[in-house]
Write a protein that binds this ligand. Structure first.
Ligand SMILES: [Zn+2]
Length: 116
């Protein structure tokens, strides 16, 4: 039932970017509270419809995302930004605690049918 509900909405979600869905996207899309949006994301992960991701952003403003992880636990305490290192910036090695971590979700087209 939950999956059908999502399929109906999936086309619109896809227009936003299925690989980068934020809790805020879900909240505004369904016009619900942030709390409920979080719950829906959590349920969607459990159902195999969403995949949770953590993007670690570089401290240098003009840069971007250094790396993406599946779990918070996977993120190392120190991260080197390869882009900034290649560009020859002095600041390319960061403490993760100083960086912004963006939580988002990916929509999995074939969710529910778990093959592995
Ligand atoms: Zn960087």
């Amino acid at each position: 039932m939950f999956k059908k509900f999502f399929d109906k909405k999936a086309s619109i979600i896809e227009e936003t970017n299925p690989d980068n869905i934020s809790v805020e996207n879900v909240r505004s899309f369904f016009n619900i509270s942030t709390r409920l949006a979080r719950l829906i994301c959590k349920l969607a992960v459990r159902q195999g419809i969403f995949k949770r991701k953590f993007a670690v952003e570089c401290k240098n403003e003009s840069c971007g995302v250094i790396n993406v992880y599946d779990t918070i636990e996977e993120i190392p305490e120190h991260i080197n930004c390869l882009t900034c290192e290649i560009e020859g910036l002095n600041d390319f090695s960061f403490k993760t605690s100083e960086l912004n971590i963006v939580e988002y979700y990916q929509y999995i087209e074939d969710g529910d049918k778990k093959s592995s």
